[in-house]
Design a protein around this ligand. Sequence first.
Ligand code: TUI
Length: 307
Amino acid sequence: MKTKITELLNIKYPILQGGMAWISEHKLAAAVSGAGGAGIIAGGNAPAEVIREEIRKTRALTDKPFGVNIMLMSPNAEELAQVVIDEKIAFVTTGAGNPGKFVERWKAAGIKVIPVVPGVALAKRMERSGADALIAEGTESGGHIGENTTMCLVPQVVDAVSVPVIAAGGIADGRGVAASLMLGAEGVQVGTAFLAAEECQIHANFKELVVRAKDTDTIVTGRFTGHPCRCIKTKFSRALVQHEKDGITPEEFENMTVGALKKAAADGNIEEGSFLCGAIAGMIDRIQPADEIIREMFNRANELLKR
Ligand code: TUI
């Protein structure tokens, strides 16, 4: 399938893997890139040198292009912004903020820049700053989310900018891919479906929660902090939301959630982990190799688009 995104990134299928903190590391990124998509290593809050190592490990596994996601709220964002230049990364996606101050430096280094935008205003600003493409991410996504849905957001961003738009949030099969293209997107970003990839290194408890989740099994925590986060419903995430209703302070919330992403992804700690996951989890019902996930998705999308 050829689109402006396959051309921009020199990939076979117009699919980017989500940059998921504590999750998107070299094995998953290399598998997605090896399958013809765009694998991504997530910076999250990790030290920049750890990500440099991840980049090198990915290169040892694949000669296909891959990217790095920079979470702009990370205290290490500035350092990582330089690491991607030193390591000659093909493209960068950004999340949880405005990457404006980095764009010029990345572009000068030949890096393609693809910011995640939760709305039209930031989309226009990012296009003016020189973004090569944009990811319009709906509130169906896992992790830190905006308010608008994929269905509403994608066509509005498409109408507002001339750079290619990638749809994200709630896309996990060929129907989602075909629908995204109908909304005017040139590609998709997929996170949740790759949680169930064989090559995804998260704890088995996390995969089991994803595979068993039904349509109503995600919940949004931390709305009152200004950084809402979608995750799987567990005793812990339900209790967090209850505490929020009862009026805990942002400091108390912070204390309860510090380290919660690692506790979920690395330790499978059901009692204290935040299992970040998109609202489409109910559709994920088995563990599969990443290349199978991608091939099935695009075979089905192509069938639908021919109709
Ligand atoms: O970044 C994500 N998803 C994430 S980041 C993350 S780590 C984290 N954990 C707790 C709190 C905050 C972060 C887990 N999941 N997705 C991309 C995304 N970006 N979603 C929303 C945004 C966004 C929000 C505001 C992008 C730009 C933005 O701009 C504000 C501004 O400065 O104009």
